[in-house]
Unconditional design. Structure first.
Length: 79
């Protein structure tokens, strides 16, 4: 993620490509809460590179919601 964000800032990769990867549901699966928070912090530090619509989506993606949101949605699915 760090390399992708640096490449995005340097103009070597498209913002849309990084956005698509970060917001993919499987991107954050299996990531511990500690590393998930670090990853989301890196993304938020670079939010100014994303469009307003992308920022909104990023703030709601699985990486932003953390592992507890996954557990909550699994519990809801069981009932």
């Amino acid at each position: 993620l760090e390399k992708a964000l640096k490449a995005m800032m340097a103009g070597k990769t498209k913002v849309q490509d990084v956005f698509n990867i970060v917001t993919h549901p499987k991107f954050a699966s299996g990531v511990s809460e500690k590393y998930g928070k670090r990853m989301f912090q890196m993304v938020t530090e670079n939010m100014d590179h994303f469009s307003d619509k992308q920022r909104l989506t990023l703030s709601r993606c699985k990486l932003a919601s953390g592992p507890e949101a996954k557990e909550d949605s699994e519990d809801e699915a069981k009932t």
